[in-house]
Ligand binder design. Sequence first.
Ligand code: SIN
Length: 305
Amino acid sequence: MSLTAEPLSEFLGAEIKGLDLSRPIDAAARSELLELFWRHKVVVIRGQDVDPDGFIRYAEAFGPIEPFFISAYNLPSHPQIYVLSNVRKDGKPIGRDGAGTHWHSDSTFTEKPSSVTLLHGVEVPARGGDTLFADTADAYDRLDPATKALIEGRRAIHRYQRKEFVFSGDRAVDEAERSEIERLKALRLAEEAAAMPSPTAQRSNREPDRLHPLVRTHPVTGRKALYLNDEMTVGIEGMPDAEAVPLLHRLCEVATAPDRVLRFKWRQGDVVAWDNAATVHTATFTPPDEPRVMHRLTVEGTVPV
Ligand code: SIN
């Protein structure tokens, strides 16, 4: 074994050592990487001096990269890369700001949600901008037998909703940050209303509801996991909302129990990959005076079963 994995918490995530992403990964290292990835669900390689081509090459170790969304925020030289950022140049955002600020896994409102997401910390803030992760397979295992029986074979309804600047998953937000978040949110919404809707918003507004199993069997490990999130799961097929909505809420609470959450603090050049079929994640608030620039890639997924 040439790679090593140091756990990031007692329940989720590992830092992988032994890879230099500025060079191609050989077949043996790739199979070790994947074995560690499916086991730890969130893997981090610290401090990589990697350019967009190297980042894309690393992401391809996990599978084919998907053309995610038509977006106003793709990196012009490498349109597969989606830029998340709070930085503005000449009054215009260089990336999407305030996204992913609620517990979710990626693109569950599509037929084949992304299997793996990768972020590269190109410019990381000294304060804020952490990413939180929780393990939804562990959450399923912790359910009582009656709840497992209640949700077995059920399908949840996923609907795209633009909930930005929410920060619902971060219990560490204080009063001053809360009012700063509200101020920024109002400002960004007003800017957006004054401009043409972005191609991303136009496309996502046309996405139909999708039904996915509430208990998902992992396509690689075969392990069962809860498959739901705070943002896009709006109901359960065949169950009245009065029953389904509180149940979904309770399941999300189990999945994101504060004592099971990994808070990942970024360092410059970190590259993180996460398993969307076995985890949920949420961004936390970045103060506007702290630049944050992240490059994001997603890997094709399969229809959840
Ligand atoms: C995401 O939800 O894809 C991004 C998370 C982050 O910016 O920390």
